[in-house]
Write a protein that binds this ligand. Structure first.
Ligand SMILES: CC(C)(COP(=O)(O)OP(=O)(O)OC[C@H]1O[C@@H](n2cnc3c(N)ncnc32)[C@H](O)[C@@H]1OP(=O)(O)O)[C@@H](O)C(=O)NCCC(=O)NCCS
Length: 200
């Protein structure tokens, strides 16, 4: 027989955040915390990003960044452009951000998403949850539209972004070059007002 949760527990869980729900349902599991990034997270953020720069086409940056590069990057993010981290037992294992898409004021309602998980922690659901969290953070800003540029060969990322509601705008052919090969890049878009198919 299927285990029925009492109504009071269902009602309580409904009101809790994702982190709180995990704690109530499985108090002994290692918790992944999702929270805004602070300058203290910059070393881990830089390390995770540099691994992706050196080994993947997830970013078209080609040279590793210094801590100061990432410090300047963090200061360019304001309340309207959140940076979140995922942390396990206090160790940062991934980060996501909404970045300014254009410096022309008329485009201020649009941001571009970045999402990176440490290689040792991929494939465990953290990327998907962190993407959900940064979309939720985006809904609390004045942003209306999010875009993502994803390499055609980055199948995991393409599937993930499409699964959370990003739609294909189109494929830009041979716009990038990395590791001595030309890279096709998909542009995807998500309207923040379009939640569960309902336009606000
Ligand atoms: C892309 C990335 C952020 C996904 O994060 P993740 O924590 O590894 O992904 P999750 O475990 O949350 O899985 C997300 C989905 O991808 C699928 N997936 C994960 N790893 C996969 C793999 N190796 N092969 C196929 N599918 C995979 C999962 O099945 C899941 O889908 P589901 O919910 O339908 O099961 C992460 O792999 C990463 O940092 N990659 C390098 C950087 C990058 O590509 N960033 C995106 C740039 S736009």
């Amino acid at each position: 027989m299927a285990l029925q949760r009492p109504q009071y527990l269902i009602d309580t869980l409904h009101k809790l955040s994702y982190n709180e729900k995990l704690g109530r349902l499985a108090p002994n599991t290692v918790m992944t915390e999702f929270r805004p990034a602070t300058p203290a997270d910059l070393a881990a953020i830089t390390e995770i990003y540099n691994e992706a720069i050196l080994h993947t086409v997830a970013t078209m940056d080609t040279e590793p960044q210094t801590l100061d590069d990432r410090r300047r990057w963090l200061t360019r993010h304001d309340d309207n452009h959140p940076v979140l981290v995922a942390a396990k037992n206090g160790t940062v294992v991934g980060w996501a951000s909404l970045n300014e898409w254009s410096d022309r004021p008329g485009y201020a309602v649009t941001a571009e998403v970045s999402l990176f998980i440490h290689p040792d922690h991929r494939g465990r659901g953290i990327g998907k949850q962190l993407l959900h969290e940064v979309l939720e953070a985006g809904r609390r800003t004045t942003l209306r539209s999010l875009v993502a540029r994803i390499a055609d060969e980055n199948i995991v990322s393409l599937n993930l972004f499409r699964a959370v509601g990003f739609e294909d705008v189109g494929l830009m052919r041979e716009v990038g070059k990395k590791f001595d090969r030309l890279i096709d890049i998909w542009v995807l878009q998500h309207l923040l007002g379009d939640r569960d198919g309902i336009q606000e």
